[in-house]
Design a protein around this ligand. Structure first.
Ligand code: SAH
Ligand code: SF4
Ligand code: F3S
Length: 539
């Protein structure tokens, strides 16, 4: 069996792509290994969103180059957003790369691997010619932006999602959580962002495909599904427009912006409709989440669907990016600070127990101290449970890169980054502190146990029963005591650590919901005590 090593960089979209790719390759007989040195084929699923993300992948690519130059036979494939953004130039700069595959072409990966292996064999037998570029690179280029509804209907990528082989036994992934893509690509063109170039135009999957996939995952034991889209709330499927040759509904290019002013009607499945359908048609799904929300066009219909559906998590990841109207305009975000605040107010009116999270970019071109102060004001004003904070990274191919000089010096970016991080940490601590004394329903993600004995504290192994880890109590002798820490998340995605020391606590399993009394809070997480009586049935 041919061995493959696959490492993933970047966002949840890439994590899901890697899972799908691995399933596809396993199904045709490839075997996955944990270390690149053990693999005949090394794949890096790359991210291009910031230069740093590319640097990480490039350093891995460099190491494979060292091995190849030392005479090792290993095939190197670069897949994902960096492959798409850099294109065949990668072959020139990194000749050790055998093939490239963009995120929109992953269904072609087996073919690319196959021809790279044939070429490797031929060169081993003395051939000097390399395969043609077409044999070595599957990239979308601008094609996906030009695609029509029909082209999306012919979209082979959909088959990759549809043939999903969710198999935690072989992947070692958590079995109680899964991602499901509802939209690919992005139509927003924020001026700093490579994603519309690397992932192409917004394409929406037919609702029935999404629901069938969710149901399949739940039947396999998944408790929490996160729906994925770059602007997930823009999901909108117009029935009867995109059909395959055999009359099936097919993936469909996203509609224009004007449609968001109107609610859906007969023949349209809006994001709110999709949420309600998944929630109502799959009652065994314990939790439904979604990321990432675009702060504009987030209608009350979505908030109402969330309010009416107890198992939809009260969590909104809706990046503000900046607290300065001038910078938001330069970023082409399409909303003002007041509009963002209105959206958050609306959200809390409908869902008083919701949590809010987001992203900010500091040091965007021309950002002054006043602009940055406005960002700090926004973070102080709204109850963000957390924010991911990034220093602006100029990306070739984006309009900010060609139109705006990267004029905020790096030390200033760094200082703003640190200042915002420490402000966010205060805000997080305050948001978390409000939950002390409450009882939260927590989905248990992990259990770590330690055994104290006369020899000191030793880690003891977990055993798995019906797919869930439980503490191996039988192995504990009278003189030893076991303590365990459970780690999980609230509906609002706040991490909770639970110390437990009574044997009744050990009845809780990974992937189950538990009632937890919150005893303490810190900026990063909550601490709590499991309620006696085992897992709860509610959300
Ligand atoms: N679609 C999502 C974000 C996808 S990229 C949205 O619009 O909210 C994830 C985050 O990376 C963005 O929210 C942004 O904060 C950050 N980011 C994107 N491009 C960047 C760049 N060039 N420099 C720094 N941060 C960037
Ligand atoms: Fe990038 Fe903006 Fe699209 Fe998000 S919405 S992926 S930041 S272009
Ligand atoms: Fe990176 Fe591509 Fe995701 S650029 S953030 S892997 S969509």
């Amino acid at each position: 069996m041919t061995s493959v090593f696959l490492e993933t960089f970047g966002c949840q979209m890439n994590e899901l792509d890697s899972e799908l790719v691995a399933g596809q390759l396993r199904a045709i007989g490839y075997q996955f290994v944990d270390r690149p040195e053990e693999a005949e084929i090394v794949l890096y699923n790359t991210c291009s969103v910031r230069e740093q993300a590319e640097q990480k992948a490039l350093s891995r690519i460099g190491l494979v180059g060292v091995r190849k130059r030392a005479g090792e036979r290993v095939i190197l494939g670069v897949i994902g957003c960096m492959a798409e953004r850099d294109g065949t130039d990668i072959f020139r700069r990194h000749p050790q790369v055998d093939f490239l595959c963009g995120p929109g072409e992953l269904d072609k990966l087996p073919h690319l691997i196959d021809s790279a292996r044939r070429a490797d064999l031929a060169s081993h037998e003395g051939a000097t010619e390399r395969p043609s570029l077409a044999e070595r690179a599957a990239l979308s280029g601008n094609k996906s932006r030009r695609s029509t509804t029909l082209a999306a209907a012919e979209d082979n990528l959909e088959s990759l999602d549809l043939s999903r082989a969710f198999d935690p036994e072989t992947t070692g992934q958590p079995r109680h959580r899964a991602y499901v893509r509802i939209t690919r690509g992005c139509n927003k063109f924020c001026t700093y962002c490579v994603v519309p170039n690397t992932r192409g135009a917004e394409v929406h999957r037919p609702p029935q495909h999404v629901i069938d996939e969710c149901r399949k995952l739940v039947d396999l034991g998944v408790k929490e599904i996160t729906l994925l889209g770059q602007t997930v709330n823009h999901y909108r499927y117009q029935h009867g427009v995109a059909v395959t040759a055999s009359g099936e509904e097919a993936a469909q290019v996203g509609p224009g912006l004007s449609v968001f002013r109107a609610r859906g009607g007969a023949g349209t499945t809006t994001f709110a409709d999709l949420l309600r359908r998944i929630h109502d048609e799959i009652p065994d799904l314990a939790r439904l989440r979604f990321v990432t929300s675009y702060p504009r066009d987030f209608g009350d219909d979505i908030l109402e669907a969330m309010r009416d559906s107890a198992r939809i998590c009260r969590y909104l990841h809706a990046p503000a990016q900046s607290g300065s109207d001038r910078i938001l305009r330069l970023m082409n975000r399409g909303y003002s600070v007041n509009e963002y605040i209105d959206f958050v107010d609306r959200a809390f009116t409908h869902l008083p127990d919701a949590t809010l999270a987001g992203d900010f970019i500091v040091g965007f071109p021309t950002e002054t101290d006043e602009d940055f102060a406005a960002t700090c004001d926004l973070v102080r004003r709204l109850p963000f449970k957390n924010n991911f904070i990034f220093k602006y990274s100029p990306r070739p191919g984006t309009s900010a890169f060609s139109r705006l000089a990267d004029d905020v010096p790096d030390p200033v970016k760094r200082a703003r980054n640190n200042a915002l991080l420490s402000l966010q940490s205060e805000v997080s601590a305050a948001v978390h502190a409000q939950l002390v004394g409450s009882t939260q329903t927590v989905l248990i993600d992990d259990i770590r146990t330690t055994r104290s004995s006369q020899r000191g504290r030793n880690h003891i192994g977990l055993i798995t029963v019906n797919g869930a880890s439980v503490v191996e109590q039988a192995s504990v002798s009278q003189s030893d005591s076991v303590s365990a820490q459970f780690v999980g998340r609230t509906s609002g995605d706040i991490i909770v650590a639970m110390d437990c020391d009574s044997s009744t606590d050990f009845g809780h399993h990974v992937g189950e919901l538990a009632s937890v009394f919150i005893t303490r809070a810190s900026p990063l997480l909550l601490h709590g005590r499991l309620s006696v009586g085992g897992p709860t049935a509610s959300s």
